[in-house]
Design a protein around this ligand. Structure first.
Ligand code: NAP
Length: 544
């Protein structure tokens, strides 16, 4: 059995950041990574057009001024290969690889209550013993696939966007289907369309999207950002979503129409995802949202020539922003091509897959390749894949059967020393996740360093604290429009998943303050112990 002070699971952006920070604090750590390569979702999502919709300079680590200065991003929004190169550069630059174990998929973890440590098993038979188990498993990393009649009978090539083959997919001259019109489907559509013989996009819910104002980054821009990086970082940390800009402090409907249109236009042309922050109440007030949505309906409509296709592509079934909008480069225009068809599966559902294609209630389509861009079992999917057993053998999956329960999104009662990064109960998918990761990791490192110096061996969220926090997460969500739609934020789009709002919608800045206050209060809502609770319980029983 191998032993280590802290075991991190997942060598993506979070896991590598945690490894580096723990090492700097003198805490031994290793990372177990299921894949044969580091990079997490940026290793797996190699589909054509994959790109981050947070700006390069902001989707990067802030812990090293040297790293900030030496890395040269080439485009405003970084592509998947560039992000993966960056991650690999960081791993080499800070000599991280020696503490990363590849091909080590964690399947089970058991908390040994008497000894206050975790025993962790991997698929290939390794056993690890660790005091702290830190889950850096990603919030959108467990792919979710449909289950249509005859799905496995299709004899052509089947590809999943989030498990894209490293060698690529040869779709040139082929009849291709894309199922799903979230960010992944929307990003790959305009890249695949010009090469495929024919592309059919299966849409269940029309999705909002704002064009990515992408462009190469000039030397001048690079110099300017690097000269002022500290200011930029401070703006990010203090903005609601970690994107570096704040809404104007005025209600949408209080702004004269012409002025509002101009503000929307400016945001639309430049801010991408940040369009939602043009005014502070767009995600809070249905009337304000209606105005922003109407602007986008017009803009999307202008991009599509055929009136019938236009009508299907304009999202009218949910408030803008209540489901994750996309930032695209030519998605809607792709439908102006003769070789691209939109199949509306809400109106004409998919009935079955056959050996050669897909039958819907409207038509039969033959394909050479079917691509599933059907999203993820968000936020909880990756955390519940391994069987994690806490105190008294409690299984995390059972404990969270009615939805995730956490204190501050970082820990859950009955699972001492289990630390969760960017998971449910934290800003996670509602933020620039880089900022979220760095804030949480640094908080954890300070916690573990403090515990070490005080001789504490166990930290556990109290049940009261996690009930209060989980209720607070729901209350904050109900102040917004988020619960008016089924989405991966609330699990409503997955049959059988409890419909509860999972990320914390109170903003990255207030979340950081809550973490800081918790630490300043001696980790309020947590029990910190010098001897394991189980040993204390045994002692009490003996005394009695
Ligand atoms: P997604 O946003 O969850 O979209 C999944 C799509 O598949 C939706 O259109 C969904 O329809 C459809 N779908 C699911 N099951 C289906 C079924 N049985 N039949 C037909 N359609 C089905 O997933 P994603 O596009 O992979 O993106 C997930 C998230 O990952 C993004 O929102 C983003 O946070 C992140 N991401 C980011 C980037 C980026 O940074 N640019 C790129 C890719 C992904 P419904 O809408 O009707 O459920």
């Amino acid at each position: 059995m191998m032993q280590i002070e802290t075991l991190i699971v997942g060598a993506g952006l979070a896991g590598l950041r945690a490894l580096h920070a723990l090492r700097e604090a003198g805490i031994d750590a290793k990372v177990l990574e299921a894949s044969d390569e580091i990079g997490g979702v940026w290793n797996h999502n190699r589909y054509p057009g994959a790109r981050c919709d947070v700006e390069s300079y902001d989707y990067s680590y802030s812990f090293s001024k040297e790293l900030e200065q030496e890395w040269r991003w080439t485009e405003r929004y970084p592509t998947q290969p560039e992000i993966l190169r960056y991650i690999n550069h960081v791993a080499d630059r800070f000599d991280l690889r020696r503490d990363v174990v590849l091909n080590a998929r964690v399947t089970e973890a058991f908390y040994d209550e008497a000894a206050a440590h975790w025993v962790v098993r991997t698929q290939d038979g390794q056993t690890w013993q660790t005091r702290f188990l830190m889950l850096c498993l990603g919030q959108l990393s467990a792919p979710k696939l449909p289950d249509y009649p005859g799905q496995s009978s299709f004899e052509g090539q089947v590809v999943v966007s989030a498990e894209w083959p490293k060698g690529g997919v040869d779709y040139a001259g082929k009849r291709v289907a894309i199922i799903g019109t979230g960010s992944s489907g929307m990003q790959m559509t305009p890249i695949i369309a010009p090469e495929a013989a024919h592309l059919t996009v299966f849409q269940r819910t029309a999705n909002y999207s704002v064009p990515a104002a992408n462009a190469p980054l000039t030397e001048e821009e690079d110099r300017e950002v690097k000269a002022n990086y500290a200011v930029r970082r401070a703006l990010m940390r203090n903005s609601p979503t970690g994107l570096g800009f704040k809404p104007e402090k005025i209600a949408t409907l209080d702004v004269p129409e012409a002025e509002r249109e101009q503000a929307f236009e400016r945001a639309y042309q430049r801010l991408g995802f940040g369009f939602a922050l043009t005014y502070p109440d767009i995600l809070l007030n249905a009337e304000a949202n209606k105005v922003a949505s109407a602007f986008l309906h017009r803009k999307i409509g202008e991009r599509i020539k055929d009136p019938k296709t236009r009508d299907k592509l304009i999202p009218r079934t949910h408030h803008f922003g209540t489901r994750r909008p996309s930032v695209d480069s030519g998605y809607f225009e792709a439908f102006n091509r003769d070789n691209v068809t939109l199949a509306d599966v809400k109106k004409f559902p998919i009935l079955e897959f056959t050996e050669t294609g897909i039958r819907t209630a409207e038509a039969y389509h033959e394909f050479d390749i079917i691509i599933f861009a059907t999203g993820f079992d968000a936020l909880t999917g990756s955390l519940l894949k391994p069987a994690i057993h806490g105190r008294r053998g409690t299984l995390l999956k059972d404990k969270w059967a009615q939805g995730p329960l956490t204190h501050l999104g970082v820990a859950t009662a009955d699972f001492p020393n289990l630390l969760i990064v960017a998971g449910p109960g934290s800003p996670s998918v509602l933020s620039n996740v880089m900022v979220s990761i760095e804030e949480q990791v640094d908080w954890f490192v300070a916690l573990l360093a403090g515990m070490k110096s005080r001789g504490e061996v166990e930290i556990e969220a109290t049940e009261q604290a996690e009930q209060d926090w989980t209720a607070h997460v729901q209350e904050r969500a109900l102040e917004t429009l988020y619960m008016t739609a089924d989405s991966f934020y609330n699990g409503g789009e997955v049959a059988g998943k409890p419909r509860v709002f999972m990320p914390y919608s109170g903003g990255i800045r207030s979340y950081r303050r809550l973490l800081e206050t918790c630490a300043a209060e001696g980790y309020s809502g947590f029990a910190l112990r010098k001897t394991p609770a189980a040993a204390q319980d045994a002692g009490v029983q003996q005394d009695a």
